[in-house]
Design a protein around this ligand. Structure first.
Ligand code: GRF
Length: 209
């Protein structure tokens, strides 16, 4: 059984997708905790309703980014995680924190990385006029939104898209690829070796072939 700790900052729909799919598919893991840097994150209620321990650690109550990350690391490590999942966790992380979870921390970003790192990715995509957009799951490295890529999903950009309609189309894909990436990790099929992503198909898929 692998322990997963999920970090959120807001609505937590990716966290919700992971929790639901993990339970439906009976993954060999325990969602050990959901931790938010915002006490008012609405995703905390979903976690509590599903009997998952929650922690709210408000970053504004800490004197520095380093102090917050150190406290966050202590909270996370109390749950002995095999994997830390960033699911809409809106914080820039200190290098020491990232290093501590090297090879065992995933993030989802709402663009086809390396295009459009940072914020307002859907606006960036519309302004650039790209015809395809999407989402990326990647291992976290100290370089913001630049870690080794685990999975991507594409969506078309339609002529009359607004940021909202494009975001909704991308989010639907996020809810598919993030649970599958996390599942690969908990089943021991996904790892980072010398900075390179290694991923094996599930046993049932190879059996079909
Ligand atoms: C998602 O689009 C995610 O890719 C980005 O922030 C959004 C969070 O949504 N990092 P939610 O909190 O998972 O609903």
């Amino acid at each position: 059984m692998k322990n997963i700790v999920i970090l959120i900052s807001g609505r937590g729909s990716n966290m919700e997708a992971i929790v639901r799919v993990a339970r439906e598919q009976g993954w060999p893991c325990k969602i050990a905790a959901v931790i938010s840097n915002r006490p008012d994150a609405s995703g905390l209620a979903f976690a509590a309703e599903h009997s998952i321990p929650t922690v709210a650690l408000f970053h504004k109550e800490f004197p520095s980014r380093e102090a917050f990350d150190a406290a966050l690391q202590r909270e996370i490590d109390a749950f002995q995680p095999d994997l830390v999942v960033l699911a809409g966790f809106m914080r820039i992380l200190t290098p020491g924190f990232v290093e501590h979870y090297a090879g065992r921390m995933l993030n989802i970003h709402p663009s086809l990385l390396p295009s459009f790192p940072g914020l307002a990715t859907h606006r960036q995509a519309l302004q650039a006029g790209v015809k395809v957009h999407g989402a990326t799951v990647h291992f976290v490295t100290p370089d913001l939104d630049h870690g080794p890529i685990v999975a991507q999903a594409c969506v078309p950009v339609l002529p009359d898209d607004s940021e909202e309609s494009l975001a909704a189309r991308v989010l639907e894909q996020e809810h598919l690829i993030y649970p599958q990436a996390v599942r690969s990790f908990v089943e021991g099929r996904l790892s980072l070796q010398n900075g390179v992503v290694r991923i094996a198909e599930p046993a049932e898929a190879s059996a079909v072939i």
